[in-house]
Design a protein around this ligand. Sequence first.
Ligand SMILES: NC(=O)c1ccc[n+]([C@@H]2O[C@H](COP(=O)([O-])OP(=O)(O)OC[C@H]3O[C@@H](n4cnc5c(N)ncnc54)[C@H](O)[C@@H]3O)[C@@H](O)[C@H]2O)c1
Length: 265
Amino acid sequence: MSGLLAGKVCLIVGGGSGIGAAAAGLAVRDGGKVVIADIDGDAAERVAGSCGADGMVVDVRSSASVQALVSDVVRLHGRIDGVFHTAMSVPLVNKNDRRVTELPEAIWETILSLVLTGTFHVCKYVGQQMLQQGAGSIVLTATSDALIGQAGIDAYTAAKGGVIAMTRSIAAGLSPEGVRVNAVCPSFVETPHQRGFLDDPALRARIEAMHLMPIMTAEDAAELALFLLSDRARYLTGGIHVCDGGYTSFKGRMDMLEIFDRAAD
Ligand SMILES: NC(=O)c1ccc[n+]([C@@H]2O[C@H](COP(=O)([O-])OP(=O)(O)OC[C@H]3O[C@@H](n4cnc5c(N)ncnc54)[C@H](O)[C@@H]3O)[C@@H](O)[C@H]2O)c1
């Protein structure tokens, strides 16, 4: 079998939609034996059926649910070579997150718990399996908004900043025994829950102006994660990898030469 992930057992957590669903299809294309797990079991089954993967249910907030998922995947395929953890309630953030001064305590706790405790459960139980194997690749999902300031989503950026810190410390703990841990930081991705913003031409133009390239597709965002799952990334661990069309690389669409020329007039 050929392909970037030939024969590798890949678990995509949160694969029922968006970046995870795109990753699942691409991982099958690249030769992986793919299991899609999602809190929405119907979505997981639907995506799995469309690309030749297996679908399972998981709620990453529950330790027992994540343990059961790991056991089921190992029962089915004998091992787990890679996990891409993308699970997140994007509508929860889009509708309820706020600037710190207006942010309800309950929303803060819900977002931190889903992101941080969910990531803890996935890393803990998949990590135990990978340590037994002496090999594996864990790819977590942060965001470019945890690398530079973005007003109005203070719980989300705090939680994803925590994922960045977890990536480094968990890598430091697991990588000497063969388990690599990396995070991807996408900027704005054209996923189902973001279409509400992108369907508004004025809003789309503002979001586009924050990038040097067109808004990325879910597939664009997924490719980096698949590379990190593969053996081609065998020396990469503890890394925070941006996939952002230049979002974090520039201050604004302004050519300084123009400013200098004006000042000289
Ligand atoms: N879309 C973007 O613009 C963007 C940008 C930067 C980072 N991200 C991050 O990328 C990841 C994927 O985002 P997306 O836009 O593809 O999201 P999405 O909503 O399309 O997919 C996320 C999936 O996670 C599942 N999920 C939610 N809660 C869960 C739980 N408790 N247990 C298991 N599954 C659960 C959902 O059912 C859904 O299928 C998220 O971590 C998000 O924070 C997204």
